[in-house]
Write a protein that binds this ligand. Structure first.
Ligand SMILES: C[S@@+](CC[C@H](N)C(=O)[O-])C[C@H]1O[C@@H](n2cnc3c(N)ncnc32)[C@H](O)[C@@H]1O
Length: 211
């Protein structure tokens, strides 16, 4: 059993279990999604600041890509959204556990979504493009960007907003370049608009429109 963290967020205590001994099928190494990365705390707490949302999350459809332990997506559910948490297959039982631990089964579903692979809207439990996409700490491997962009274009349309938090790592600049080449544009969230506690010089947030 992994460590369970208790996060005070959106007027609730969110229970998040982290996992051990899960192998990433793409790398053969321990899965990075076993742990809650700082980016996901920064993104989740940003969603609860007065600077966000510009309109409410209530009844909006939100999908989190590469959700790991699911902190931003679960926070969006606490704020009223209908949420789809997605990741690689080995991460899904852990994600479901975190949904169950927080009694969010009526607001959150967990689905496999491997970037770049074909999947229908109904496979994802969707009837139309989503209102919001959440992405936390996914911009580190430039080789995965074509597949990630393909998925983003599939699940989005002109009204979709993508919110992402990234930590500057080796490869992050190249990832943004790859997003730009595929037509994505973004605006960086001002550091002072992030949660006063959950922010760092190394981590930034961006809001993005569909290309
Ligand atoms: C650094 S972890 C971030 C996890 C979580 N978003 C967080 O910030 O705590 C990267 C996540 O992306 C997922 N991921 C990596 N490549 C993927 C792919 N090709 N398709 C789907 N998910 C992928 C991993 O399984 C992992 O959960």
């Amino acid at each position: 059993m992994g460590i369970t963290r208790e996060l005070e967020i959106a007027n609730r205590t969110l229970l998040i279990e982290e996992h051990e001994n899960i192998t990433d099928p793409l790398t053969g190494k321990e899965a990075a999604g076993c742990w809650t990365w700082d980016c996901s705390m920064v993104l989740a707490y940003y969603l609860t600041t007065p600077n966000w949302p510009p309109s409410s999350f209530y009844a909006k459809t939100v999908i989190e890509l590469g959700a790991g332990t699911g902190v931003p997506g679960l926070t969006a559910a606490l704020l009223g959204a209908n949420v789809i948490l997605t990741d690689l297959p080995p991460l899904l039982p852990g994600l479901q556990k975190n949904v169950d631990k927080n009694d969010l089964r009526d607001k959150v579903i967990v689905k496999e979504l491997i970037w770049g692979e074909d999947c229908s809207f109904s496979d994802l439990g969707l009837s139309q493009p989503v209102d919001y996409v959440l992405m936390s700490d996914l911009l580190y491997d430039v080789n995965s960007m074509p597949a990630l962009c393909k998925t983003l274009k599939h699940i989005s349309d002109g009204h979709t907003q993508i919110l992402l938090a990234y930590e500057l790592r080796y490869g992050t600049t190249e990832c943004f370049k790859a997003l730009k080449e595929r037509g994505f544009r973004w605006a960086k969230v001002a550091q002072e608009d992030l949660d006063p506690e959950w922010q760092s010089e190394d981590i930034a947030g961006a809001v993005n429109g569909y290309p």
